[in-house]
Every structure is written in structure tokens, then in C-alpha cells.
Write a protein that binds this ligand. Structure first.
Ligand SMILES: [Zn+2]
Length: 152
């Protein structure tokens, strides 16, 4: 048996075992050797020394780009985590310092806006319809992401 370093016409390199050099020539000519990466059958023996250097640097490049993807992924995860933490902090701040008016949020916000009640921080729930009405009346409010509705 003989081990050849092979490459396809797209420069994918791989190893192939053959009974002898002639067997390789015959199989290659007959299109019986397939590139394991792309399935092409235009296979040749990889030139020895220069190709080893080239394929080595190619491997390093792809290793780097894989690492790069991982960094991007980790970074995206960190940013998502930070946003989540900020949202949680904002919610905690609101829940600690503002008055919970529950489902009456729209009424209370409106009352405050028209001076019918004391100004102060309130929080609660508003339906989409209520939110829209408040916006139309020019009443400022902030949506707190991930606000957990109390099931009482
Ligand atoms: Zn290939």
C-alpha cells in the first residue's frame, strides 16, 4: 500500500491509500477517486513540499476564521446579556421607586397628565389600545422590556 497526498482541482487536499502508483493513475484517470470535500473527480497527486506549506497556511487561515466567528458569537451574546441586565435593572428600579397602579396605568397616567392627580412615578400595565391612546394624547410613558405581569 502507498499513501498519497492528493488534491482536487479546487485545491482540497486529502490522503488516499493505493495498492501502488499504477493503481492511483488508473483510478484517477477513470474518475474513481472523489474529493471528500466537493466530490470532484479531477484528482492529482499534490506536489510535495510547496503544497504542504500551502495547505498548512490554509488550515491556519480557516482555523482563524472559525475562531473569529466564535468571537463574534460570544460578543453578540455579551451584548444581549448586557441589554437584558440593563432592562432588568430598569425594571427593578421602577418597581422599587414607582407606584404600582396595575392595570389602571392608562387612567393614572392620563390623570397625572391632566393634573388630576399628584405627579409621581407610576408603573403598571397598559393594553396596546391604551398605549396608542396615550401616545395620541401626547402622554409620555416608557415601555419597560420584559416587565413581568404579576399573576395575582
Ligand atoms: Zn475538492
Amino acid at each position: 500500500m502507498i499513501l498519497y497526498k492528493l488534491q482536487c482541482c479546487d485545491e482540497h487536499s486529502f490522503d488516499g491509500w493505493f495498492r501502488d502508483g499504477k493503481t492511483f493513475d488508473r483510478q484517477a484517470k477513470a474518475g474513481q477517486i472523489e474529493c471528500p470535500y466537493c466530490g470532484k473527480t479531477e484528482i492529482s497527486k499534490a506536489p510535495m513540499a510547496p503544497n504542504i506549506a500551502k495547505s498548512a497556511s490554509h488550515d491556519i487561515e480557516s482555523a482563524n476564521s472559525v475562531a473569529g466567528d466564535r468571537v463574534t458569537e460570544t460578543r453578540a451574546h455579551q451584548v444581549a446579556q448586557q441589554i437584558l441586565e440593563a432592562a432588568t435593572k430598569a425594571r427593578e428600579y421602577v418597581e422599587k421607586n414607582y407606584e404600582d397602579v396595575g392595570d389602571k396605568f392608562a387612567d393614572e397616567a392620563r390623570a397625572m397628565h391632566y393634573g388630576e392627580r399628584e405627579e409621581g412615578g407610576i408603573y403598571g400595565h397598559a393594553s396596546e389600545k391604551e398605549e396608542k391612546e396615550l401616545e395620541e394624547e401626547g402622554i409620555d410613558f416608557v415601555r419597560v422590556p420584559g416587565s413581568n405581569r404579576k399573576n395575582s
